[in-house]
Design a protein around this ligand. Structure first.
Ligand SMILES: [Zn+2]
Length: 118
C-alpha cells in the first residue's frame, strides 16, 4: 500500500535527509493529524490493533529508508538497496508544496468521507 500511495504525486518533506525545524514540525503535524483522526473515528474502526498494525506497516518503508538515523546502513543491505531503488523510482514525479499538499488534502478528505459513510 505504501508504494501505491507513494506513486501518487505528493509533496515530500525530507529536506535532503536532515531533521530541520520545518521537517520536525511537519512530522509532528502529520502524527498529530493521524492521532486526532484515529480518536475521532475510533468507534468506526472495528479492529483497532489491526488498524494500528496496518498503519505502522504502511509507514515502515519510510521509517527504514528515509529516517536519517539508520537509512545509510539500511541501504547498504541487499534488501535495503533494492527497496531504496524501487522507492526512489516510484516517487519520480516531484511537485511543489501547493499542488502536492492539495493532492494529499483531497486524498485525506476522500478517506475521511469513506469512514464517515461507513
Ligand atoms: Zn515512501
Amino acid at each position: 500500500m505504501h508504494f501505491i500511495l507513494d506513486s501518487i504525486p505528493h509533496f515530500d518533506t525530507t529536506d535532503d535527509g536532515k531533521f530541520t525545524l520545518r521537517q520536525n514540525v511537519l512530522i509532528l503535524l502529520d502524527i498529530l493529524i493521524g492521532v486526532v483522526l484515529f480518536v475521532i473515528f475510533y468507534d468506526k474502526i472495528s479492529h483497532p490493533v489491526a488498524f494500528i498494525s496496518g498503519a505502522f506497516g504502511c509507514l515502515l518503508p519510510d521509517i527504514l529508508d528515509v529516517a536519517p538515523f539508520w537509512k545509510k546502513n539500511f541501504q547498504k543491505t541487499w534488501f535495503g538497496d533494492k527497496m531504496h531503488y524501487v522507492h526512489d523510482k516510484i516517487q519520480a514525479i516531484k511537485i511543489g508544496p501547493f499542488l502536492g499538499l492539495s493532492i494529499q488534502a483531497i486524498f485525506i478528505a476522500f478517506s475521511v468521507l469513506i469512514l464517515i459513510l461507513k
